[in-house]
Design a binder for this molecule. Structure first.
Ligand SMILES: O=C(O)C(=O)[C@@H](O)CO
Ligand SMILES: [Mg+2]
Length: 270
């Protein structure tokens, strides 16, 4: 059975962020992930994890000016110093949270620039981040994201991500395979799991229904089937990572809306 982690940036929207840890534990989760922890003290978050018997399995590096529309800096020439400072900050949080996966967002292709021209900057930034992360046993993850949600995002496809992982050439760089984005951009999701999971280069999965990004049992993807595929391939190749529940509950911020939407998970937990 896949092991499922609650994404606390999206689940339990009716609760203040620090209270989402307890809610996730009460719903039976043993692990959590979230996007950005930086407005909270790392020790306070570590205490929430410990107090609720939870493991932190993933979070994101600083994305640049998120409210101003930025979605990472890794591909942006001229932003290397800020990128490196952000990785330093993220690794300090990873240490306190005991987290071994860091998602580094690629960034947007600037207007009037070609994606390929950004590749050397991206590769060199990721290589630097990976070497820093390796010093404390952290894996750096890169995630293809669909361009409907994030227009001009640098990284959109699984094959592009795996090519870049090979070019970066560091053992601790892996792909965060978000099946929601994968379905929107390229489809053929089960075959892609079978193709990429045995390579040892998939570090984490994320799931959501398509197209609304609600619960996995809402929408066009048959997750019952896909979870069986992950199970089957994991057994063959010895993969033992996590599946992040990164969706917006269909019942929105209604009290207990997230919990009531977890029917899809019943009987599926490892
Ligand atoms: O949007 C996603 O998908 C993510 O995994 C985030 O970390 C980045 O927006
Ligand atoms: Mg994702």
């Amino acid at each position: 059975m896949p092991r499922f982690a609650a994404n606390l940036s999206m689940l339990y929207p009716e609760l203040a962020f620090p209270d989402r840890f307890q809610a996730a534990a009460a719903d039976g989760f043993r692990a959590v992930e979230f996007l950005f922890p930086y407005e909270w003290d790392a020790r306070e978050l570590a205490a929430r994890l410990k107090g609720n018997g939870l493991e932190q399995v993933l979070f994101n590096g600083p994305p640049g000016d998120w409210n101003g529309g930025e979605r990472g800096m890794a591909c942006l020439p001229g932003r290397e110093a800020e990128f490196r400072a952000g990785i330093g900050k993220a690794l300090a949080y990873a240490e306190v949270l005991g987290c071994s996966r860091l998602h580094v967002m690629a960034g947007l292709v600037p207007q009037a620039q070609e994606r390929d021209a950004l590749r050397p900057t991206y590769v060199s930034n990721l290589r630097w981040a990976a070497r820093e992360a390796a010093k404390q046993g952290v894996n750096v993850l890169i995630e293809p994201i669909n361009t409907r949600d994030i227009p001009r995002f640098f990284l959109n496809r699984q094959d592009h991500a795996h090519e870049l992982v090979a070019e970066i050439g560091e053992a601790n760089v892996q792909v965060q395979m978000d099946l929601y984005h994968c379905q929107i951009v390229e489809g053929d999701v089960a075959s892609k799991i079978r193709q990429y999971l045995p390579t040892g280069r998939v570090g984490h999965f994320q799931v959501a229904g398509v197209p609304e990004r609600h619960e996995p049992d809402v929408g066009e993807l048959n997750y019952a089937y896909l979870f069986d595929v992950i199970d089957e391939v994991s057994k063959d190749c010895g993969w033992s990572g996590w599946v992040g529940c990164e969706y917006r509950p269909a019942r929105g911020a209604q009290p207990r809306g997230t919990s009531e939407g977890l029917g899809w998970l019943r009987g599926r937990r490892a």
